[in-house]
Ligand binder design. Sequence first.
Ligand code: PEP
Length: 256
Amino acid sequence: MISRKKLIAGNWKMNKTSADAATLVGDLVSAIGKQNDVDVVVCPPFTSLESAGKVLEGSTVKLGAQNMHPEASGAFTGEISAPMLRALFATYVILGHSERRSYFAETDAFINKKVHAALKNQLRPILCVGETLAERESGSTLKVVQTQTELGLEGVSKEQAASLVIAYEPVWAIGTGKVATTEQAQEVHAFIRDLLTKLYTAPVAQKVRILYGGSMKPANAPELLAQKDIDGGLIGGASLEARSFVELVNAAIAVK
Ligand code: PEP
């Protein structure tokens, strides 16, 4: 069986000015900027990508964005494209985050266009999927995750699929302090891996990293990260301070 390198990604959301970003990234680089046991990505807001990227230069920490538009350029006021992100040396992009889906009405079809644009521009998509509390309580978790995954990846080839990252983020666990139990998380991660096997074959599915996201903290990370199909974390709140983010990276190193 292929052993997947764990990946810890920080989603800073709408936090940190460009100066604050440089400071936080500087602290991260000092603490974990040389290790290569796990992959580490930080995703600052667009306005901080450049300052963060400069401080990351020469370290093993990678740069990611939180969103992008599927078109390369044009009349899309307020939007940012994949080539613009590449020009700032971003190599990952979070797509389909539940906050984008709920506050900005992003559909699976629109997210799918972004996935294709990201892959075309050598950006690794971190495709977020996950159910709301109502969906979990009505027993439709797996169905929701299946639909979001299948529609989000429509038309993505087997060759492209190997570079994907999927983040399972139960919406009810994001920013709420309510973390999914290890059993709940592992069940959905294994389900996604099976789905990827059906869509792309087992060797490809074994390569795709599936992250857990939703109130992951240093206290609950070791147990989650030890699960067979949990290949890392997408971290919101705990990525905003160097200390907790470094602890999460170290937790991933400990179970690698
Ligand atoms: C997120 O928004 O991707 C996330 C996981 O947030 P938090 O860790 O704060 O729940």
